[in-house]
Structure formats: structure tokens, C-alpha cells
Design a protein around this ligand. Structure first.
Ligand code: ASP
Ligand code: MG
Length: 434
């Protein structure tokens, strides 16, 4: 080899291989038929691919009830575990010849059962992370075995060996450097073109399993895309792409063909469930386009999120965020809400990891809008009651209209009671009772 040939050789080996990332959510693997459909999509694809898969159907919700029962030493845990096991075994019965559950799948199910026999620690979030990941582990294991059995060669990867996090259970942060190194080592595409792995889960450097927050599989796909410099990331969904509103909530929705990263951040942050809000940053940082496509009509183009001028004409986009609680703090002596009050409350929220959906201040009130399912707001009110008079309203929905128009605002005002309102140049937010 002469000098330039050597240089060329090294440059080639240092460059990451061309590859793409696919992410399939719970709905795309909710049944044996759904798994067959996923296999059909992958069969049409022979390029280098990492496929990130969620737990099957509503398994994560079921496992959350299992954690509660286990943690409370409630014997219900056996029945809930039974549901988990039967659901997956039935899917295996339909997928595999002689209705045999593949050994790696049974092994995982047994591992979970053994865990349930142990006495729980006193740390709920830790226990959550030791149980809920079985949804993803079992689901990916079934899909991988099915693909192998039907002739689509693939490598199953335990993503906990690559996605490294801190030990903040249920909301772990990524160690990007280590994760990058480990992902490059694992997904090297030397002997495989297709890797199957789990979303949502990771592990600490001491190999303790962690999770990245509900719906975190999107984030996993974005992390892997980022560190491997993917050409694109695709989310396969049961909708044709990003829509102007949730079709379950409104009629006459339109599909948006192309969206800037910035718009995508705005709408996901407002609570659009279609994409996890942490997804956009790792993709934007590397300029990796994100495709949102339908697994029901895989040939349709879906939506692409990429670097385009965000001033393009977009229709009004509606985002509904439900089950919110409005907590209103007022100074006890009728004094104004000062910057010190805000500082005290914000400090308290940060310290206790309470996430706030929206905050607004008037002369004597400080309003906090929280997700009632996520935040322990009862406790929060108790803690803040020595300082403030507190009122609250539950069962509220935050409607965000991006690119609002007069008509869209009128429509909302006519239909609902408004508890709180915020307008900026492009975005209107209204907290309503439906
Ligand atoms: N299975 C997890 C959840 O339902 C993660 C995901 O689906 O993204 O939250
Ligand atoms: Mg899911």
C-alpha cells in the first residue's frame, strides 16, 4: 500500500458505516399479526439497520401495575404476572411452529417470575426499573426469534450493554460518550446488517437496569441514530404521519408532509404524543432526518422532519394534553407574588423533580399546571401550604394551537370554559375543562 492508499484505508475504517434506524412502538407489535406485518416491512429492506422496538401493546401499563403490587407485597402480583405471561405466550403460540415458546423468551419470563419472589427493596423507582424493562426484553426477543425462524437473519442486542446512564431511576440521563463508544462497538455491521434491540431501557456503569421515562423508545432510537451518524431515523406508527390534530379528538385533520425540527420540538413539547419530546435534539444536532410513517401503509411517504425554513405555511396544529391539574398559590397576607416567591417555588419543584407543564403569574397568584398522573400534587400542596393559600382544579386539558387563527381561537372559546390562557406570536395555549 502506498501512502495515499493507507490514508484512504484508515479514512474508510474510521468512517461509520451507512446505516438507518427504525423504531416500532407498542401498537406495531401488539399481536401475532402485527409482528408478521413488521416482519414484512423488514423483509423489504436489506441495508444496514438498527431496529428499536417497544413492549407489546399495553404491556408497559400492565407491568406498572405489577410493580405496584410487588412493591406493596400484594399477592395480586401473581395474577398480573399471569396476564403478562399468557399474553406473550399466546402470541408465540400463533407465531411459531408447534406453538413453542422460544427458549430465550421463556428464560426472560422465568427471570421476571423469580424476581417477584424476592423481597422488594424500599426504593420504588429502583424496583420499577428492575421489572418494567421485561416488556421490551420479551418483545424484542419474540420478534428476533420470529425473524430468524422465517429466514430473516438478525442479531438481538441487549441495549443495556450500550445505552449507559446515571442511576436516576425512571428518568435516567444518558452518558453520551460511553454510549457512543459502546454503540459503535456493538452495532459494527461487520457480520450483520440487521440488529434488533430494546427502546426505553439502559443501564448504569455497574450494570443496574434503568429506564428513560415513559414512551422513551423514541429517544433510544434518536440516541442510536445520533451516535452512529445514521442517514435517517424512521418511526413506524399506526397513523399516516404527523397530523394537524389527534383524529380521535377532532374531525378534518390533515397530514403534514414536512416539518422543521423547530416546529417538531414545539409540538412535541406541548404534548403531541406522536413523538417523545426528547427525540428532536439528538437528531437536529447531527442533521438526521426523522421520518414518521405508517406501518399499515408502509409505501406512503409519511412526514419528514428535517432542517427547513420554519416560516413555511403550516395549518393550525392542535395538541391536546389531558388529565392536568391547576394549582393556584396565593400569598397568605394578600401580598404580591414576588420574584422570591417564584424562586422558592421553582427551587422546590426542581429539588423534588416535579415537572411543570405551564406556569403563569398574576399580581397575587402563581399558577402551576401539572400532569395529574405524573406529579404527586397532593403532597406538593401539603408541602407548600405553610407559605401559601392554595386552590386547585382537576380534570383539565391544555389545548395548544400552533399557528393559531382567529377562527380556531373562537372555536375553543365557544365550546369550553377557559381557566388560563397564554398567547405568543405563533402559539396559543388554553387550559380548559372539557
Ligand atoms: N414501552 C414503553 C412505554 O410504553 C416505552 C415506549 O413505548 O416508548 O412507555
Ligand atoms: Mg409505547
Amino acid at each position: 500500500m502506498n501512502g495515499s492508499a493507507i490514508f484512504f484505508y484508515f479514512a474508510e475504517t474510521l468512517k461509520s458505516k451507512n446505516m438507518n434506524v427504525f423504531k416500532f412502538g407498542g401498537a406495531s407489535v401488539k399481536s401475532a399479526d402485527a409482528v408478521r406485518n413488521l416482519a414484512k416491512i423488514l423483509n423489504g429492506y436489506n441495508e444496514n439497520l438498527v431496529v428499536v422496538i417497544s413492549a407489546m401493546g399495553k404491556t408497559t401499563d400492565l407491568l406498572e401495575t405489577l410493580v405496584k403490587a410487588y412493591f406493596n407485597k400484594d399477592e395480586q402480583k401473581r395474577a398480573i404476572f399471569g396476564q403478562f405471561k399468557n399474553f406473550h405466550i399466546e402470541i408465540c403460540d400463533q407465531l411459531f411452529n408447534a406453538a413453542q415458546t422460544p427458549a430465550p423468551v421463556s428464560k426472560l419470563i422465568n427471570e421476571l417470575e423469580e424476581k417477584l419472589d424476592k423481597t422488594p427493596s424500599l426504593d420504588y423507582d429502583f424496583e420499577y426499573d428492575q421489572i418494567v424493562p421485561f416488556g421490551e426484553l420479551v418483545s424484542t426477543s419474540i420478534v428476533s426469534e420470529y425473524l430468524n425462524a422465517t429466514g430473516k437473519q438478525n442479531q438481538w442486542i441487549d441495549v443495556r450493554n450500550c445505552i449507559r446512564t446515571d442511576d436516576l431511576h425512571r428518568d435516567a440521563s444518558i452518558d453520551w460518550e460511553l454510549t457512543g463508544e459502546l454503540c459503535k462497538e456493538t452495532f459494527d455491521f461487520n457480520e450483520n446488517t440487521l440488529y434488533l434491540t430494546q427502546g426505553f431501557i439502559g443501564s448504569t456503569p455497574a450494570n443496574i437496569t434503568t429506564t428513560l421515562g415513559r414512551e422513551g423508545s423514541d429517544f433510544t432510537a434518536a440516541i442510536i441514530g445520533n451516535v452512529l451518524d445514521a442517514e435517517s431515523v424512521s418511526f413506524w406508527k399506526d397513523v399516516p404521519g404527523v397530523l394537524s390534530a389527534d383524529p380521535k379528538k377532532m374531525e378534518g385533520t390533515t397530514k403534514i408532509d414536512s416539518l422543521s425540527y423547530r416546529e417538531a420540538v414545539e409540538i412535541t413539547h406541548s404534548g403531541a404524543k406522536i413523538i417523545h419530546s426528547k427525540t428532536m435534539r439528538p437528531l437536529h444536532n447531527k442533521g438526521i432526518p426523522l421520518y414518521v410513517k405508517s406501518f399499515l401503509s408502509p409505501d406512503d411517504p409519511g412526514t419528514v422532519i428535517h432542517e427547513i425554513d420554519h416560516k413555511i405555511q403550516l395549518p393550525p396544529i392542535f395538541i391536546f394534553r389531558e388529565n392536568l391539574v391547576l394549582i393556584t398559590l396565593s400569598a397568605k397576607d394578600f401580598s404580591f407574588i414576588s420574584i422570591e416567591d417564584i424562586e422558592r417555588v421553582v427551587h422546590f419543584l426542581i429539588e423534588n423533580r416535579v415537572k411543570v407543564t405551564l406556569m403563569q403569574q398574576s399580581a397575587i397568584d402563581l399558577n402551576l399546571v401539572l400532569d395529574a398522573g405524573e406529579a404527586d400534587w397532593d403532597w406538593l400542596m401539603k408541602e407548600l401550604s405553610p407559605f401559601y393559600t392554595i386552590r386547585y382544579n382537576t380534570g383539565l386539558t391544555l389545548i395548544t394551537i400552533r399557528h393559531y387563527t382567529e377562527e380556531t381561537l373562537d372555536w375553543i372559546v365557544k365550546e369550553k370554559d377557559i381557566y388560563l390562557e397564554q398567547h405568543s406570536r405563533l402559539t396559543a395555549r388554553m387550559l380548559v375543562k372539557e
